[in-house]
Design a protein around this ligand. Sequence first.
Ligand SMILES: [Zn+2]
Length: 113
Amino acid sequence: MHELSIATSIIEIAEEFAIKNKGANIIKIEIEVGELSGIVVDSLEFALELAIEKTVLERAKIIITTIKGMARCKQCGNEYVNSDWYTACPQCASMDFDITGGKELQIKSIFIE
Ligand SMILES: [Zn+2]
């Protein structure tokens, strides 16, 4: 499962972070997942739930935020929400666009105490 390996990387980053901060206790972690990243948020949540047992994230609150997929039309320059890669420009109906957002997967912040 793709999401399980992502969950493992998130835990590794959190563990490194805790070590760098002298073994600080992580109380909260915020993760951003783009709509076009190919990651299913429900699956990622489930994978994390399983994987965080006995790690630095075991007692941390995990907050996953979805970032909207965005495209910029190459014909008219309009920027619009494109949640599935296949949404035509609502202004001129062109399918010629650049994806400008929503592909990210990133840890936004880690809170320690
Ligand atoms: Zn357009």
